[in-house]
Design a protein around this ligand. Sequence first.
Ligand code: SAM
Length: 261
Amino acid sequence: MIKAKKSLGQNFLIDKNILNKIVNTTKIQDKTILEIGPGTGNLTSCILKKNPKKIFVIEKDEELIVDLKNKFNNQLTIINDDVLDVDETILFKDKVIVFGNLPYNISTEILSKWIINLKNNFWFESLILMFQKEVADRIIAELNTSNYGRLSIISNWKLNIKKICDIKPGAFYPRPKIDSSLLFFSPKRNFVKIKNPNNLEKITRIFFNQRRKMIKKPFNQLFNGDQRVLDKLKINLNLRPQNLSLNTYYNLTSEYENLIS
Ligand code: SAM
């Protein structure tokens, strides 16, 4: 058996029921698929059985690339690169369905990159991604909870998100120490327009810098106490960052962009 590399977050999925559950979350037949980190190809095999039109995989580990080429011959378009360095927005002719049992050490970086790089058109139809449960809980966190924060706000800006299931360590080899969760993301039709998503990152970073404190200080830092913005967005400065809704953060970003333009 292949020796898994911890530095590349290699925990290979071996539970057939879970593999089948993942590929049954959406229709694959005749669709273009992108798989992030195919590893030993367990999920890739299941995807291929569903007759996709084409399948691209991005894998960083050169040793695994050799095995993937032997195992799948010409059935895959293999990209031997770091997913963080690939520009997916220019790779595909069709909208793709993305599958990924993501390397946990960079899972939020991958998701943030995709959200921040989204242009006017979505390059994907859906994302079916595995995260460590603690990260997934932050992505789908409800307002007014301790998990609600930057990751929830940024992830939910342009995407609808739902949890498919939680997955126990025994489904992987080697067994991770933590539980995992599978999430399904699809593009939102309507979302608050933000010119530069880096501003959403900036606003949420400054607001959540001191998540237990009232929002007066970060608001004044960014908006110089602008009463018009407070009234328009119905913001009470005695609240804490976790008490402001998703839309309030998106609208705040849009107001901030008006202010600095
Ligand atoms: N999909 C396989 C499975 O479910 O059995 C493997 C999943 S394993 C959690 C993560 C995979 O991502 C590994 O194959 C690893 O080599 C690969 N990987 C890690 N970092 C990567 C990166 N920066 N870019 C592309 N692939 C990466």
